[in-house]
Design a binder for this molecule. Structure first.
Ligand code: URA
Length: 467
């Protein structure tokens, strides 16, 4: 029997090193016991052998990107069997290198389930964590502390997200298992904490209360969906949930017939509509990055909130910036033509951009489009994530590399990824294609026609995925 002791419950690198060594030594999965920390180390003391370090230059098994992505998520699950399951899959990849693509295989299915639960937990932490400000010594400036109780071992994996989003603040996230602290320059780790270690009191985002009260949906009082989206255990940490008793009371005071009617799609729709309007209002005053200083206005997404397809472009162009609407200039006209050719109606689509302000370089009287950089895309992701959460489209289509980067949180190669369904980090279905302005830039008519055909075909495939 081999006993492998990993130093931490989320240590993917340690798992990978150990798994490599085991494969190189030809150790079958049923001969391995996986454990974390010192906890169970003497359990198998009599029979366990230590795992040898991998041979220096050995590369026993090449695995696909699909496996790495699946393992990277699944390893963060709280299920104690996850390491063994992953090793069992790795073992079988020796015979069947493309096994990860077999979604009917029970082992693959089980690991996909773990990975999905982890992604959902990551998403919840991003959506529901709330900082509160605390005084932090004379002259030290403000500091923010949040308490969060994740279901899985996601805190370290999620820390970079909060560093990016709140880079200029000093903050701590306290959780039962581990704490992470950002001092404005570096991330430090500390032991787990108790809920009482985090302050109560006023949230920093008062605006969330307004936002939340407008998305509060009495129809959901009785449906699991509300708890699914916002599990009760998070409620106590969220400023806006101070409003819940009041909102519940007024919802219940309305006769049950009203609540029944609230289940009606239109009414649910109008709550989402109200939330979307609150969100848009907030975005109009956005100063999350410097682009707002020179643009005319925020150009927010447009379309019915019930639209099953969300299209994400790069950023508003010159004409969009002046008009305040997305995709109304030359790229928008090309996009409209392609939608029509693909048989997609505007009523089915919500159209938005990864970056909501026009970035340009002045040249004489003209404003020349400039590509948004990674920091600007990241700053604006806040809005696109809120739009996704509210609308929950069945299918999202990234138009061009900037949109893909924003939606997937990493660089995606359009040529390689177009034409097949992708999974967004929150598990939603997505497709990637070129930006319509790419077609406008092609020099000759025949290339333009051919590319237009491919673009339409991509849109058709995405549309067909609605089922
Ligand atoms: N290009 C985009 O990506 N979005 C627009 O709204 C207009 C042009």
């Amino acid at each position: 029997m081999r006993a492998v002791t990993l130093p931490a419950p989320d240590d993917m690198d340690a798992w990978r090193e150990a798994a490599r060594a085991l494969i190189a030594d030809d150790v079958p999965p049923d001969r391995v016991v996986w454990q974390v920390g010192a906890a169970a180390s003497d359990l198998f003391a009599a029979t366990a052998e230590a795992v040898s370090a991998p041979p220096a230059a050995a590369s026993p098994l090449r695995v696909s990107r699909g496996f790495i992505a699946l393992a990277g998520d699944a390893v963060l699950h709280q299920d104690p069997e996850r390491f063994a399951l992953l090793y069992a899959l790795l073992w079988r990849l020796r015979e069947t290198p493309r096994l990860v693509e077999d979604h009917a295989d029970p082992l693959v299915r089980r690991l996909e389930g773990l990975a999905k639960a982890v992604r959902r937990d990551i998403h919840k932490m991003r959506a529901f964590l709330r900082f509160r400000s605390v005084a932090d010594g004379v002259g030290a400036g403000e500091r923010y502390v949040a308490w969060f109780e994740p279901e899985h071992h996601i805190v370290r994996a999620n820390a970079a997200f909060f560093v990016n989003r709140f880079a200029s603040m000093r903050w701590s996230i306290l959780t039962p298992e581990v704490s992470v602290h950002w001092d404005g320059a570096a991330l430090h780790e500390g032991p787990g904490a108790a809920r009482g270690d985090a302050p109560g009191g006023d949230p920093i985002e008062e605006v969330w209360k307004t936002y939340y009260s407008s998305i509060f949906n009495p129809a959901r009082v009785k449906v699991k969906a509300m708890l699914k989206e916002m599990p009760r255990k998070y409620w106590k940490n969220m400023p806006e949930t101070a409003l819940v008793p009041q909102l519940l009371a007024s919802a219940q005071a309305r006769e049950s017939g009203m609540i029944e009617r609230a289940r009606d799609r239109t009414e649910i729709g109008s709550n989402v509509q109200g939330a979307w309007e609150a969100l848009r209002e907030e975005a109009l005053a956005c100063t999350r990055c410097h682009l707002h200083k020179h643009a005319t206005q925020t150009v927010f997404g447009e379309g019915p909130v019930s639209a099953p397809m969300m299209f994400v472009g790069e950023q508003p162009g010159d004409q969009e910036d002046l008009a305040g609407h997305p995709f109304v200039g030359p790229a928008g006209q090309m996009f409209d033509r392609a939608l029509a050719a693909a048989g997609i109606t505007r009523a089915e689509t919500y159209v938005t951009n990864a970056v909501k302000h026009f970035k340009f370089e002045p040249r004489g009287k003209r404003r020349i489009h400039a590509k948004p950089d990674a920091g600007e895309i990241e700053a604006c992701r806040w809005w696109i994530e809120q739009e996704q959460m509210l609308l929950q489209p069945k299918v999202t289509v990234a138009l061009g590399a900037t949109a893909a980067r924003s939606l997937f949180g990493k660089v995606m190669t359009i040529g390689r990824e177009r034409g097949r369904e992708q999974r967004l980090p929150d598990g939603g279905a997505a497709w990637i294609t070129v930006h319509p302005s790419h077609l406008l830039r092609l020099p000759d008519e025949s290339a333009r026609e051919a590319e237009f055909g491919r673009f339409v075909e991509d849109l058709r495939l995405a549309h067909a995925a609605l089922g």
